[in-house]
Design a protein around this ligand. Sequence first.
Ligand code: ATP
Ligand code: MG
Length: 418
Amino acid sequence: MLTEIIIVGDELVSGKTRDLNGWYASGCLISCGLEVHEITTVGDNYDTLSGALRTAVQRSRFVIITGGLGPTDDDLTAETAAKVLDKPLSLDQGLLDHIKKSTERLGLPWSPNLEKLALLPRGAKVLDPKGYACGFSVAKGNSQLYFLPGVPAQMREMMDRFVVPDILSRYRPSTVPHHRILKVFGLSESQIADVLSGVSDDLKRLMFGFYPSFPETHVTITIRGEDVAEIEGELTAAENQITTLLDPYVFASGDKTLEAVVGEELKARNMTLSLAESCTGGLIGHRLTSVSGSSVYFERGAVVYSDRSKVEMLGVQQHTLDTYGAVSDQTVREMAEGIRRSAKTDMGLAVTGIAGPLGGSKDKPVGTVFIGLSARGKLFSGQYRFPGDRQSVKVATAEMALDWVRRYLHGHPFIPGI
Ligand code: ATP
Ligand code: MG
């Protein structure tokens, strides 16, 4: 049973906006047990959109179309659908009243353009009659088409709340894929693939997928089947076996982030953390404080970018900076000690490095980063060289530093640097 997705928008064809809807819609269809055979991107253009729609209704049982439903003249998805499907636009009075009320409630001015939102191909069903965003579903021959807003958050909500249940009410899949996600940091995809080739034979019906999410790699484990309890049991066995094989590189499963894991580990041990960040400019603090409840274990973070701030706020010796430089093992050790002492926390984590593109030298090229960790009377430090542009170096540094805390708390060695 074929399904397909049509993404509409000039900004997507021109490359100004990156498509965020195709993969999401595709994931939803696949998790309904369907096969997606094409994602087409077309501009806000009658000819190309009508061509794509015509092909889709001829071959696909379910079609998801996103974008171009807005009130402005360049949005012509509904109009095009009306012509191609031979279902002329007609005014949905209930929807129009609802749009008027929502506009009033939000204190927005009424514009006659908004009336366009209530013009739907004849026979179309409004997907979320109570919402502000519009979307509709219409049948043509053997095809069921779903027209969704382009705004990714609105599209996702409609997909989850209306489209998936509607598809499942029309089609009962015999087998449904079930997934687990394991998050890995510090191994390349090919290293992970090598390890996974060692999973035991009784887990051979697993399918693995690799999704790089810089600087992490997310590994999906998928099993298709009918018996949900049996599949879930198998997935749990697989997850345990693979986590053991990839230990200690797997840091989380599911939606959990590294900062959430670090937070849980600190909390479980009643420990507190402070940060001294130079090249990451507060990124580690931002990540830690993105977790609700982080005030229990995160005391403070200092962004110590200049030499003077390292001296004044952390007590780094001017002599150390003059002799070894701000990006050095000696400095990062004094930074970690300094912040832990002044913040009176159990642990002090520090980073200093050259994010580039300027500032590199032969000895310390761009991407050179030092990490320091002071904890329970011990002091650790290490040097890394991260590839990529300024942003990549910052992101990789923050990840490695958080991973240091995780590994330290578990008693695992840190990922070796240079
Ligand atoms: P609106 O009522 O806001 O006009 P719409 O359904 O007409 O909604 P568009 O006008 O096509 O949607 O897009 C609205 C916004 O969503 C634009 O900023 C657009 O760039 C963005 N957008 C549309 N489609 C996608 C997509 N596939 N991926 C990411 N962003 C998208
Ligand atoms: Mg558009």
